[in-house]
Write a protein that binds this ligand. Structure first.
Ligand SMILES: [Zn+2]
Length: 105
C-alpha cells in the first residue's frame, strides 16, 4: 500500500472511531426515548449481549466452528434493557402503550 492508501485508510478508520464515540455519547446523553414497564423510569435502553466473553474466547481458541456458533447465538440474542432495573423491552414513548405507561397513576 502506498502512502496515499495508508493515509486514506487511516482517515476512514479514524472517522469510523469518531462516529462510534459520537453515537455512544448521543445515545447516553440524548433525550430519553423509552419507558420501562417494570420500574416506569424514562430511559434510553441499553443493548445487552448474553453469554460469557471468557467462554466465547475459549470456544474460538479450541475450534473455529463452536466459536462461530456461540458468537452468532450471542449476537442474535442481543436485547434492549432498562439501564435502571434491567427489565427487557422498554416501551417507546411515542407508542400508545408508552403514553399510557407515562401517565401518572
Ligand atoms: Zn426499569
Amino acid at each position: 500500500m502506498n502512502s496515499v492508501g495508508v493515509t486514506l485508510f487511516s482517515l476512514v478508520v479514524l472517522g469510523w472511531c469518531f462516529y462510534l464515540v459520537a453515537k455512544g455519547f448521543r445515545s447516553a446523553n440524548g433525550p430519553k426515548t423509552h419507558i420501562c414497564p417494570n420500574c416506569r423510569s424514562i430511559v434510553n435502553p441499553v443493548r445487552v449481549t448474553p453469554g460469557s466473553t471468557f467462554l466465547e474466547v475459549l470456544l474460538w481458541l479450541c475450534f473455529l466452528l463452536p466459536g462461530i456458533l456461540y458468537t452468532a447465538y450471542c449476537q442474535a440474542n442481543k436485547r434492549r434493557v432498562c439501564p435502571v432495573c434491567g427489565a427487557q423491552n422498554p416501551v417507546p414513548l411515542t407508542t400508545p402503550a408508552g403514553q399510557a405507561l407515562a401517565q401518572p397513576r
